[in-house]
Design a protein around this ligand. Structure first.
Ligand SMILES: Nc1ncnc2c1ncn2[C@@H]1O[C@H](COP(=O)(O)OP(=O)(O)O)[C@@H](O)[C@H]1O
Ligand SMILES: O=P(O)(O)OC[C@H](O)CO
Length: 501
């Protein structure tokens, strides 16, 4: 009897396997962190083989915890950190380079060169919905083909394959060199700078301009259909892999933001606000991305506007790992509660430049407003407030683009355990912030996509019915304080500009 659906959530800091029942409840879970490799300032890499090894391990451990076997699982969904780029050999499965992570800024010169050509930024935005920025996969593939000896010739000959983490895991799970499926879904493909947002196919002209042979690109499919079955030797042997969604789109789906105008914010390594815009793609005039939200089987594509913020939870990690001011991420709340306010201190974590709504690769981090009064408690508060201020900036942009002010914000991700942050977020936005019972909405969203494809769930009404509120924070800050604090933040942001020359 197949009573459950499994999800693999391959995130920036860790890989999880979660098993869900029909009500969307968590039956079992396991998680492993992988190494963050920083070869130079601004460069961030992961080892794809380590990530694949961790995926197998967390899957085996999650099943063992609930005493389940492959026969109990109706389908598997994959969700993943988006944009992170892997290039590997078709015949052996060996990566030709470490994965280049979404936060990595090494492709700045490539992006500037492409922007300088005919059409430049404007052409990329109108075709792909994205600005030309180091964040996306296309320039990262180009860098690997330029820098790894012989790689471009081998890619042209069909010997090398490209994939984001979804494709890398799917290919390995379905057999690797022995029949592995080379497939991605439209949400992941919409983050490469290479896909046409209307046709959901690779844009031949852009690929040629970027020097990327189409022979190495995966087939683009919907987010909910059977792509293949787990290889014979896998713990989930024979189970269909039937859902793929980029992690932020998965969280949108898992939060049941299924109607036009519904939005969620995920607080992880970075923050990502997605607003469902239905079957219409809205082109931003305020620094947001236009992206595929999901495509269920052969139904019409649903699009989203996205505010992508590079560094939020990663700043808490930085406080822990680089300064040693806290021993674990949750301790940042205790430290921040030792003071009443930020003491005039604002921390703008432009570690990878600034993403939405600025897209400034020349920006670098700044702590503004330092005096002898400021202590580590104020610094902890400034670290948490940075997440809330950055969120306000992208919500403002969204309100301007859509013309309809947001009434409340659904939240999820690792940082939403932080009650101080959630209250400050409601205060600085001036709208209620709502956390669901299952905060693991990313894994849940990909489980829903997989379960829908095999008939485990019958439709979107099941997803809506499973969503339940855990807690709500209402704004308590007066308007004058809110705007004064926000304007101080904005002034601090301007101090990060023009640093990299
Ligand atoms: N209680 C907390 N307060 C503040 N930040 C937290 C807390 N718990 C976890 N974090 C941060 O949340 C992030 C982990 O969230 P998660 O959703 O697992 O991220 P990802 O999916 O990006 O790997 C880390 O960057 C960590 O610093
Ligand atoms: O791994 P996360 O949760 O930080 O998400 C990363 C995003 O997908 C990057 O676009």
């Amino acid at each position: 009897m197949t009573q459950y659906v499994a999800a693999i959530d391959q995130g920036t800091t860790s890989t999880r396997c979660m098993v869900f029942d029909h009500s969307g409840g968590v039956v079992a879970a396991d998680q492993m962190e992988h190494r963050q490799i920083f070869p130079r300032a601004g460069w961030v890499e992961h080892d794809p083989e380590e990530v694949w090894g961790n995926t197998r391990e967390v899957t085996a451990r999650a099943l063992a915890k609930a005493d389940l076997t492959a026969g109990d699982i109706a389908a598997v969904g994959i969700t993943n950190q988006r944009e992170t780029t892997v290039v590997w050999e078709r015949s052996t499965g060996r990566p030709v380079h470490n994965a280049i992570v979404w936060q990595d800024t090494r492709t700045d010169a490539i992006c500037q060169e492409l922007a300088g050509r005919g059409g430049g930024q404007e052409r990329y935005q109108s075709t792909t919905g994205l600005p030309l920025a180091t964040y996306f996969s296309g320039p990262k593939i180009r860098w690997i083909l330029d820098e790894v000896s012989g790689a471009r010739d081998r890619a042209e000959a069909g010997e090398l394959l490209f994939g984001n983490m979804d494709t890398w895991l799917l290919w390995n799970a379905t057999g690797g060199p022995n029949g592995g499926q080379h497939i991605t879904d439209a949400t992941n493909a919409s983050r490469t700078l290479l896909m046409n947002l209307d046709t959901l196919s690779w844009d031949g002209d852009i690929c040629a301009e970027m020097g990327i042979p189409t022979a190495m690109l995966p087939e683009i499919r919907s987010s909910s259909e059977e792509y293949g079955r787990v290889r014979e030797r896998g713990v989930l042997s024979g189970v269909p892999i039937a859902g793929i969604l980029g992690d932020q789109q998965a969280a949108t789906f898992g939060q049941a933001c299924l109607s036009v105008g519904e939005a969620k914010n995920t607080y992880g390594t970075g923050n990502f606000v997605l607003l469902n815009t239905g079957n219409d793609k809205v082109m931003s005039r305020n620094g947001l991305l236009t992206t595929v939200c999901y495509k269920i089987g052969d139904r019409r594509t649903v699009y989203a506007l996205e505010g992508a913020i590079a560094i939020t939870g990663a700043l808490v990690q930085w406080l822990r790992d680089n300064l040693g001011l806290i021993a674990s991420a949750p301790e940042v709340e205790d430290l921040a509660r030792t003071v009443d306010d930020n003491g005039g201190c604002y921390f703008v974590p432009a570690f990878s430049g600034l993403f939405a709504p600025y897209w400034r690769s020349d920006a670098r981090g700044v702590i503004a407003g330092l005096t002898r009064f400021v202590n580590k408690g104020h610094l902890a508060r400034a670290v948490l407030e940075a997440t809330a201020f950055q969120t306000r900036e992208v919500i403002d942009a969204m309100n301007a683009d859509s013309g309809v002010p947001l009434k409340s914000l659904k939240v999820d991700g690792g940082m939403v355990a932080n009650e101080l942050l959630m209250q400050f977020q409601a205060d600085i936005l001036g709208v209620p912030v709502i956390r669901p019972v299952v905060a693991e909405t990313t894994a849940l969203g990909s489980a829903y996509a997989a379960g829908l494809a095999v008939g485990f769930w019958s439709g979107e009404d099941d997803i809506r019915a499973n969503w339940a509120k855990d807690k709500q924070w209402d704004p308590t800050m007066d308007e004058e304080t809110r705007e004064r604090e926000y304007q101080n933040w904005k002034r601090a942001v301007t101090r990060t500009f023009d640093w990299v020359q």
